[in-house]
Design a protein. Structure first.
Length: 172
């Protein structure tokens, strides 16, 4: 009696187990799983490139807070300052401190006020035009990753302070 015959006599599934993949699947099933994983990765890559827009000229209103930044494309201050303020995209822009844009931002940091149900804070607002893209796929953006999407500035074309902005985001 061979070893195989002895194993089959004591364990009727021994012959089947010898032909099964170590992960519990046959060779063709393992290939199918590998192909599904590759297809999923390619689909994710395609979705990422679709949801990260091309670089283009973008303009709108930027509210700059100490630990936050929100941007509304093509709209004025009133479109940004509403109860849905936290749903607006963030703006990724951090110029060099000694650059003209950096000095402008530092000089205007407390030129206005931001009011929410949690209190009042100094704020600044700007009409901006820049080359950049809108990134809408990721794990949250901005301070604390609280923004659903983000505009990324590649090159600032124009930045003009909005004098004495008052941004009230309280409901009602």
């Amino acid at each position: 009696m061979t070893d195989q015959t002895r194993m089959s006599a004591t364990d009727p599934l021994a012959d089947v187990r010898c032909r099964v993949h170590p992960l519990g699947m046959g060779g063709s099933a393992a290939r199918k799983v590998a192909l599904l994983i590759i297809a999923g990765a390619l689909t994710s890559l395609a979705a990422y490139t679709t949801f990260q827009q091309r670089t283009r000229a973008i303009e709108g209103t930027w509210i700059d807070l100490f630990e936050g930044s929100r941007f509304i494309e093509g709209e004025g201050l009133s479109a940004v300052c509403n109860p849905n303020f936290m749903d607006a995209p963030s703006l990724a822009y951090d110029p060099e401190k000694d650059s003209p844009e950096g000095e402008l931002i530092r000089a205007n940091r407390s030129s206005g006020v931001f009011v929410s149900r949690d209190g009042r804070w100094p704020a600044a607002a700007y009409s901006v035009r820049f080359d950049g893209h809108h990134q809408i796929m990721g794990r949250g953006f901005g301070h604390g990753r609280l923004s659903p999407s983000e505009y990324v500035v590649h090159r600032m074309l124009s930045i003009k302070p909005i004098p004495s902005p008052h941004c009230d985001t309280r409901p009602g």
